[in-house]
Design a protein around this ligand. Sequence first.
Ligand code: FE
Length: 380
Amino acid sequence: MPLNTICTNLPTAKTVLPAAVFGLMLGLVGCSDSSTTEGSAETEAAEAGTEQQAASDVSDNAAATTTGDDQTVTIYSSRNEQLIKPLLDRYTEQTGVKVELVTDKEGPLMARLQAEGQNTPADMLLTVDAGNLWQATQQGLLQPVSSSVLEANVPAKYRDPKGQWTGLSLRARTIFYDPSKVTADQLSTYEDLADPKWKGKLCLRTSKKVYNQSLVASMMEHLGEERTEEVIRGWVDNLATDVFSDDTSMLEAIAAGQCEVGIANSYYYGRLLDEKPDFPVEIFWANQGTTGTHVNVSGAGVVAGSDNPDGALKLIEWLSSDEAQGLYASSDKEFPVKEGIDESEMLRSWGEFKKDDINVQKFGELQTQAIQMMDKAGYK
Ligand code: FE
């Protein structure tokens, strides 16, 4: 197996860390347990066995984890390792730069970055959702960079205005439906799913997930607080069943006839279609006549305490290149963030759609208000 990327469950100590911090890190760091990372609750069968593989990576590469030189970039990543590793392997093949990958949920990774401060072995944070990336900036975990490459490759609406992170791939959070009960012409907007005609027919993922917090934040920006709260209350009134812990279960509930419509991220649907080409659920691009479908990013930033910020930036720039952007679309069912990149056949088959033009930074700025509103409106 290629060992270009190295998973480690031990920190690369640049200096001697206080024992308490080191202990905390050992407790927090998981290696490649895909059940803890983005996309995880989806329990794709393909992910089975990753943990075992990663354990062997650690032992095979124990020496390499302590290099800390300019030829190594250490990434703290909340992204599903299976999705991101082929890209990183390709980068190592091309440049000779080693990439160490430490995988965990974004919360523990950010707590770890905060505890480690300037002693962190991390050079780069890779995670999903502008809401998470914004949180990282609020905690002072990232540093601003200026890059003409990123400015050329990534539209400004998918980058932090202060240069602390950039989007690297796009995901649409849109409407899905059961075509045996619903026709596309009955669907229109997220707001319309609050209409009593959908009573007992709507399925939603929990409001605790940042994806829904970002969606609601965008609605607050477009519709204002009062109207957004009305919509959330309508959604709650229309629920067919309790909220779901993940998008895949929600999509499967539509397929099973438990509900007729729901909201999910596009790539979860793509992965289900990969496994079951006849998966009996259809995608609908929301809000085409109004603000456009809600899109969010996965993205990355250079860690504030990095010893190798130049190496981290070069890798981030490479991830915005034509080649890497093409890989995101083909292996990951995500949309390229760069314009003019060929999408995979599956993505093309879903048709062109108008994307919401909002700067994704807003999702972070309005996150607290969105959480409070959902709570007030009874959206669990
Ligand atoms: Fe996800």
